[in-house]
Design a protein around this ligand. Structure first.
Ligand code: ADP
Length: 395
């Protein structure tokens, strides 16, 4: 069974072609600058890298060009994919699971643009494009929010007037659900405990970052909220703030909604604090000589530490802590900063193993650590492909 995984952004389209017999990625890549000049597609197909300069007016042109490359390499001329899995950012209050796409599902994804104005319209455009290019091929939507539907009401409720929250759907939804679910499953397998009987804290730390408490296989709390702004500081996003900061900025700087949104989403976080970069690696490189870079890094680490502590309390214990995504997988310094302060939970890591580069799932805790600490490279695309297979192979 061949599954095409698509992740459509407003001007980009990421793709992965997965052979589900061996869960092997046959091809992956991205079309960038769609609808803008100087477009290009880059890919790795069966280990071979390639690149094509191509102006693409829309997602349909981009997907047609991607399929052209696949047809001449991994797919036979007349061979189609068996299903398409789409990453969809926001599933709103109703989608607690992946869905086979019907006209009603697509309509609701479009209506959810209220919550994710940049992301959901792009996902919907990716879905329409794939429906046009692959008529009759089943399509599945996998929502970034769905895994967090299991949160108890007391974890997702904001302290605002109840009726207002009900009317506008204001609540914590959480994101990166596909990644948290994938790495939680891998972590349970690594520690040799059934997922259904384990307490795992997953730290997805990349350009966007979130931390999740996974109790018996279910997300019971997560750091992102109504939007991906809540939680720890990120590349350019502020993370948690006293809401009074917003009213102060509105009054003192005369900022309106769009200006506030731009400040909080694009100019804050590691970039805003350090003034150096939104990129954690560059912040770490500058840290020895630049006090603000060091401060930005410490604010991030401290934020993650506090979530880990509070989620251990939320689950009344923790079996394993998992680090994933660009920073979580690649920054031994950040992992040490956090784990060194978790001695009260019985966490102990092996610094030599922590400092050794690897792309494999691995333990960084010592054998006698009371809590396992693991690094698991995330694989959201594989999870989406598995979901597409699960929902289409019984039909
Ligand atoms: P996205 O959220 O866009 O998927 P990634 O998961 O790819 O992001 O994470 C990107 C982040 O990972 C960047 O801040 C980058 O600096 C960081 N990163 C990658 N390699 C390293 C490294 N060796 N050390 C520290 N940070 C790293």
């Amino acid at each position: 069974m061949l599954i095409l995984v698509l992740n459509a952004g407003s001007s980009s389209l990421k793709f992965n072609l997965v052979d589900m017999e061996e869960e092997k990625t046959l091809a992956e890549g991205i079309a960038e600058r769609i609808g803008i000049s100087e477009g290009f597609i880059r890919w790795t197909i069966q280990g071979e890298k390639g690149r094509l300069e191509l102006d693409m007016a829309n997602h349909k042109k981009a997907l047609a060009a991607i399929m052209e490359q696949l047809k001449h390499t991994v797919l036979g001329e007349d061979q189609d994919v068996d299903a398409v899995g789409h990453r969809v950012a926001h599933g709103g209050p109703n989608f607690g699971d992946s869905e086979v796409i019907t006209p009603a599902v697509l309509k609701e994804i479009e209506e959810l643009a209220f919550y994710a104005p940049l992301h959901n319209p792009a996902s919907a455009s990716g879905i329409r494009t794939a429906q046009e290019l692959f008529p009759g091929v089943p399509q599945v939507a996998v929502f970034d929010t769905a895994f967090h539907h299991s949160m108890p009401e007391y974890a997702y409720t904001y302290g605002l007037p109840y009726e207002l929250c009900q009317r506008l759907g204001l609540r914590r939804y959480g994101f990166h659900g596909t990644s948290h679910r994938y790495v939680a499953e891998r972590t349970a397998a690594l520690i040799g405990k059934p997922l259904e009987a384990s307490k795992i804290i997953t730290c997805h730390l990349g350009n966007g970052s979130s931390i999740t408490a996974v109790h018996n296989g279910h997300s019971v709390d997560t750091s992102m909220g109504l939007t991906p702004l809540e939680g720890v500081v990120m590349g350019t996003r502020s993370g948690n703030l006293d809401p009074g900061v917003l009213t102060t900025l509105m009054e003192q700087e005369k900022l309106d909604g769009p200006a506030l949104s731009a400040l909080l989403n694009k100019k804050s976080g590691l970039l805003g604090i350090s003034g150096v970069s939104s990129d954690c690696r560059e912040v770490e490189e500058a840290m020895d000589k630049n006090k603000r870079a060091k401060l930005a890094h410490d604010v991030l680490c401290y934020g993650v530490l506090k979530y880990v502590g509070s989620y251990a309390a939320a689950m009344n214990g923790v079996d394993a802590i998992c680090f994933t995504a660009g920073i979580g997988e690649n920054s031994p310094g950040l992992r040490s900063w956090i784990c060194d302060r978790l001695g009260f939970l019985g966490v102990a890591i092996n610094e030599e193993i922590n400092g050794t580069r690897s792309k494999a799932d691995r333990f960084i805790s010592t054998p006698d650590s009371k809590v396992a600490v693991v690094v698991v490279p995330t694989n959201e695309e594989l999870m989406i492909a598995r979901e597409a297979k699960r929902l289409t192979s019984n039909n």
